[in-house]
Design a protein around this ligand. Sequence first.
Ligand code: SF4
Length: 304
Amino acid sequence: MCTRRRRMSRGGSSLRGADEALRRALDDVRARCDVEARKAADPVHFVHRYARRDDQEIVAMIASSLAFGNVKALCAKIEDALARLGPRVAEIADDPAAVRARLAGFRHRVYRDEDLAGLVIGTRAVQRAHGSLGQALTDKLAASGNLREALGAWVREIRERGELGAGAGGRRGAEHILPDPSKGSAVKRILLLVRWMARPADGVDLGLWDVPTSRLIIPVDTHIHKLSRNLGLTERTSADFRAAEEITAALARLDPEDPVKYDFSLCHMGMLQTCPSKRDPEACEGCGVKPVCRHWRRDARRRS
Ligand code: SF4
């Protein structure tokens, strides 16, 4: 088949046949996603409860940072933390002693009360210093030109201003609650926070930060990693930062301006589908990406 026939038109651009099939499948997954139902099961819904931007930024930081482990359990912990801090989170966050008192005794997996308090206090201090948490990231992105480096500087400033981990003796919770992206991990929860705040308001994401969507990197959890390997978006066996970059680059072939737009629907499909990562007619029944999954692709080609 000649190159011209293999390529299919998409607006002013063109995609290879395989990419076009992938785009169709992922667009279909997005279209079929029950956004309201899935949002209710996603920690982003906590951010939508607040009207003020300063509260939304701190709540988003809390919700994304605690998004670790079983969804039901982590949502209960976020609920607990927010109830302790009250309806005006930013106002309380101006008073470090009050934050520490209200969060006293809080625990979630490896995180202790002082870890969450340091995160809240540091986030508020960065808001105060830069005008907003988003402006702080925009400033650092303008200075470095690289999202990973900008996030590294941004995280370090929040940690320093909140004295996060000071005196913790390298305890895991203090490191893990807001990890440094320069250390190689996928920093899934930080990239999730940035997606929530920077992607245009679409009922899930909030469109509050001035970070170009073309610069975002997909947050890679176990679902996205597994599905991405099955879709050939990455071969990496480790869900690290390089895997996130590879997956994002592959999605950018489908939409260079907003590659991360597929994250929410794909992640939630992965949560519901229980992907076996092998050809399993029962488990794969109804999977939205089955036509482009490497375990089924030969069948789809034979039928077409
Ligand atoms: S078709 Fe099956 S193996 Fe492939 S991604 Fe879907 S659930 Fe996983």
